[in-house]
Design a protein around this ligand. Structure first.
Ligand code: GAF
Length: 396
C-alpha cells in the first residue's frame, strides 16, 4: 500500500484493464465479461463469525477482477498477473479437494463447491488481476473466490442468488483449500454496499446495510498494513476456533453467541481453565461491541464508536491473544496521535490495523505510526485511507 492516499477512485478501472489484457495475451481472444470483488476491512467483530455471532465489515475500493469466457470442454484454465504459469484442471481435480494447490486452489475450490451443490459449471478460461494486497489480512482470498463465483454463475446462467453465494464460497475455502474460516469475508466480498457497513448475523446470514458516511462526519478510516510476518497464523486461527467450540460444548450451548453478556460471569465460572475463560470473554464481549457499534451507526453517532474499536483491540490483545508487537505498536501510536479509536482488523498474527481519525488528521496519524515503527526497528508500514465500497459485481 502506498502512502496515505485515498484509493477510492480509479482503482477498479486499472485492475479491470489489466485482467482484460491478461486474458487477451494468454488466450488470444476477447473475454465475455469481467467480474470484480473487493477486499474488506472489518470495522468490528473479530473471531465472532464462526461462533454464530455478529460482524460489521465494509468492502474496500481495492478489488480483484476476473476476465473470463466459457470454453467448449469441461475444463478450466486460469492465469494470474502474479504468476507466469497458468493452471489448468479438469473435473477430476475439481472434484477432489486439495488436488489443485496454491492460489489456483481458490478457483478450483469454487468450481468444486458449485459442482458439489449440483450446479452445471461451464468450462471456462479466466484471467485474474488484483489490487488487494496478498497476505495483509484484507481478505484477498475471499475477493478471488467471490469474483470467480460471480463469473461462473453469470457465464453458466446458474440460479444462485447473491445471498446464497457466501456459504458456497466459504465451503470452497473450508473444504477444498482446507482453511477453517468463518463466513465474514465471503459475505463482505459479495454482499457489501458502497457507503455502508454490513451488519451480518452469522447464524442466519441476515444482513443490514447500515450507512457509514465518513465524509459527512468529517472522518476517515486509515488502514495501516503492519507488514508483520504472519507467525503461525493458520495453526493459531484453527486453535482459537477449536477452543471456542470446546467451550460452547462445555457450556451446553450450540455456539458462544448463545452466551449473553449478562450471564458471562456465571458462564466463566463453569469453564475449566483461565485460557478458555479469556477466549470466551473475548467472543462474548466482542459480540456485544458489534451490537453497540451498529446501534451508534444507526443513530448517526459515528464519532462515538472509537472507544468500542479500542476496547475490541484490547480484548484481542489480552484475552484472545492474536495481536503481535507491530500491530500493538501501530494501535498505540495511532491512539497517541489522536485517533478516535483503533484496532487490529482480521484474523490476527499480523495483517492490518484500522484507525478512525478526523479527516484532517489522517496524514499526521500515519506519520506517527511510521515514526513509532522506525523507533522499534520494524519494517515501515503501508498506510492508506479508504471509504466503504460495493461488493461483487459484473463490470460494464
Ligand atoms: C479471518 C477469517 F477468514 C474470518 O472468517 C474471520 O474469522 C476473521 O479471520 C476473524 O474475525 O479473516
Amino acid at each position: 500500500m502506498a502512502a496515505p492516499a485515498d484509493v477510492t477512485a480509479g482503482a477498479t478501472a486499472d485492475v479491470a484493464a489489466r485482467a482484460t489484457a491478461g486474458f487477451r495475451s494468454r488466450y488470444a481472444a476477447e473475454p465475455a465479461g469481467r467480474w470484480a470483488a473487493p477486499g474488506r476491512v472489518n470495522l468490528i467483530g473479530e473471531h465472532t463469525d464462526y461462533n454464530d455471532g455478529y460482524v460489521l465489515p465494509f468492502a474496500l475500493p481495492l478489488r480483484t477482477v476476473v476476465a473470463a469466457a466459457t470454453r467448449e470442454d469441461e475444463s478450466w484454465t486460469v492465469c494470474s498477473e502474479l504468476d507466469d504459469d497458468p493452471v489448468e484442471f479438469g473435473p477430476d481435480a475439481a472434484d477432489e479437494p486439495g488436488r489443485v494447490t496454491g492460489w489456483a486452489a481458490y478457483v478450483a475450490g469454487v468450481v468444486w463447491a458449485l459442482r458439489d451443490a449440483g450446479y452445471a459449471v461451464p468450462g471456462a478460461r479466466l484471467a485474474i488481476a488484483s489490487d488487494v494486497p496478498l497476505g495483509s489480512g484484507l481478505s484477498s482470498s475471499a475477493a478471488l473466490e467471490a469474483a470467480v463465483l460471480a463469473a461462473l454463475v453469470d457465464l453458466g446462467g446458474l440460479d444462485l442468488p447473491a445471498e446464497k453465494q457466501p456459504r458456497l464460497a466459504q465451503r470452497a475455502e473450508n473444504r477444498y483449500v482446507g482453511a477453517p474460516t468463518g463466513i465474514m469475508d465471503q459475505s463482505a466480498a459479495i454482499r457489501c454496499r458502497a457507503g455502508h457497513a454490513l451488519f451480518l448475523d452469522c447464524r442466519d446470514e441476515s444482513v443490514e446495510h447500515i450507512p457509514f458516511d465518513l465524509d459527512d462526519a468529517g472522518l476517515a478510516v486509515l488502514v495501516v498494513d503492519s507488514r508483520a510476518p504472519h507467525r503461525h497464523a493458520d495453526g493459531e486461527y484453527a486453535a482459537r476456533r477449536r477452543s471456542c467450540e470446546r467451550a460452547a460444548a462445555a457450556l451446553g450451548v450450540p455456539a458462544l453467541r448463545d452466551v449473553a453478556v449478562a450471564d458471562l460471569d456465571a458462564a466463566l465460572d463453569r469453564l475449566p481453565d483461565d485460557e478458555t475463560r479469556r477466549r470466551v470473554r473475548h467472543v462474548v464481549t466482542e459480540d456485544q461491541r458489534v451490537l453497540d457499534t451498529a446501534a451508534l451507526l444507526r443513530a448517526g453517532r459515528v464519532r462515538e464508536i472509537g472507544p468500542l474499536l479500542t476496547a475490541s483491540h484490547a480484548s484481542m490483545r489480552d484475552d484472545f491473544e492474536i495481536t503481535v508487537p507491530e500491530i500493538d505498536t501501530a494501535v498505540e501510536a495511532a491512539l497517541a496521535a489522536g485517533s478516535l479509536g483503533a484496532r487490529m482488523t482480521g484474523g490476527g498474527f499480523g495483517g492490518c490495523v484500522l484507525a478512525l481519525v478526523d479527516a484532517g488528521r489522517a496524514d499526521a496519524v500515519a506519520d506517527a505510526v511510521r515514526d513509532a515503527y522506525a523507533e522499534r526497528g520494524f519494517t515501515a508500514p503501508g498506510t492508506v485511507t479508504v471509504l466503504p465500497a460495493a461488493g461483487a459485481t459484473r463490470l460494464g
